[in-house]
Design a binder for this molecule. Structure first.
Ligand code: HEM
Ligand SMILES: CC(C)=CCC/C(C)=C/CC/C(C)=C/COP(=O)(O)OP(=O)(O)O
Length: 317
């Protein structure tokens, strides 16, 4: 029904390109790449090979895009029903599901090849497992059937941290899994804050997001617990893992304090949509700045600067 509109539309080449671009939900990808980069910088102790960085981010972009395109095909029926998603390329009839599938396969093949040849097989396999997990576990098995959909499905969005670590080291370590856990634990507050605002959309199409099935009070309580655990997890990089230093510690404590404060405000006012919006937007800045903090903290220049300041303090005292 949705796809009969395609033939009636005359699109310029540029419009077609734009539709394929939109199909990849491009606005989410930069943050996925920032988590990959943060992980790579810690793994490489501040000295990442620029070529490896470029290839890993390109491979990660293509894998995430492929996953999103398949999600757009699978969810075209509910996307058509929801105001927020109605104008996506498939429900609005600008791209056929068959063409989208070919596009998704091409993206995945290029991603796998790029990562295998220029990074390593582990990084490539992890990226592919991200696609499979997001499509099979989140989109197919959980999204429409369980309010745990994003708690478990959120693991897909945390896989880029593992891809980044594997690209640098060829293996996974406790630190890699901790970085994975940070994004995994951050996902529920990130998404449920948004879900509080668009609850009615999800209710309309029968997607059992937590605010739909359990209400706002229970959701803000869960957001509160996950926020506390997320912030606690970010501090484990400092102690006992000793992977980050004082700059990261200051950034993680400041950003984490603000995250907890915003989650606490929402806990006191579960019906306040402005607070929910504020927390959703902050969750994005939080993850972005936390990862930038990891990068800055790991740079040799930062270590030199800190040593210099410490030596000057010794000299003065
Ligand atoms: C299963 C886990 C997740 C779910 C269900 C989810 C869901 C969503 C939804 C529905 C939106 C609104 C998008 C729109 O209006 O089209 C959104 C926005 C966003 N998400 Fe997530 N998300 C998840 C995980 C992640 C992860 C892991 C990241 C990156 C680390 C991320 C980054 C973003 C960003 C940057 C935006 C804002 C995009 C914009 O500017 O419009 N999300 N998310
Ligand atoms: C390594 C690798 C390939 C990772 C891919 C992980 C990935 C694509 C994560 C994105 C998570 C996300 C933004 C879900 C949106 O939910 P939704 O699709 O239910 O949102 P909607 O309601 O807007 O359709």
């Amino acid at each position: 029904m949705i796809e009969t509109n395609v033939s009636k539309q005359h699109q310029t080449f540029l419009q077609v390109l734009q539709s394929y671009y939109q199909l990849t939900k491009p606005r989410i990808i930069p943050l996925l790449l920032i988590t990959t980069a943060g992980s790579m910088w810690i793994a490489a102790k501040g000295q990442v090979d620029p070529m490896l960085l470029l290839v890993t981010l390109a491979g990660g972009t293509l894998a995430a895009a492929s996953a999103q395109v398949i999600n757009c095909i699978y969810d075209r029926d509910i996307d058509y029903e929801m105001e927020r998603t109605r104008h996506r390329p498939i429900p609005s009839g600008r791209i056929l599901s068959r063409d989208a599938l070919l596009f998704a396969i091409a993206l995945a093949v290029i991603s796998f090849t790029l990562l295998t040849v220029f990074a390593n097989l582990l990084a490539a396999l992890l990226a592919m497992s991200g696609i499979v997990f997001y499509v099979l576990v989140y989109t197919h098995l959980l999204k429409r059937h369980s309010s745990l959909n994003i708690v478990i499905g959120g693991a897909a969005g945390a896989i880029p941290t593992l891809v980044g670590w594997a690209a640098v080291t060829g293996s996974l370590s406790w630190t890699a899994w901790l970085l994975f856990a940070i994004v995994f634990l951050w996902t529920p507050p990130h998404f449920w804050a948004l879900a509080l605002m668009i609850r009615d959309d999800y209710a309309k199409v029968g997607v059992p997001m937590l605010p739909v099935v359990a209400g706002n009070q229970a959701t803000v309580q869960q957001i509160w617990y996950y926020t506390l655990v997320t912030v606690a997890a970010t501090l484990l990089l400092i102690y006992p893992l000793h992977q980050t230093g004082i700059i990261y510690a200051a950034i993680a404590l400041y950003l984490g304090g603000l995250f907890i404060y915003k989650a606490w405000q929402l806990l006191q006012n579960p019906e306040d949509r402005n607070l929910a919006r504020g927390l959703f937007l902050y969750s994005i800045s939080y993850m972005m700045l936390l990862c930038l903090g990891m990068v800055v903290d790991s740079l040799p220049l930062t270590h030199h600067a800190i040593s210099f300041v410490v030596s000057q303090l010794h000299f003065l005292s």
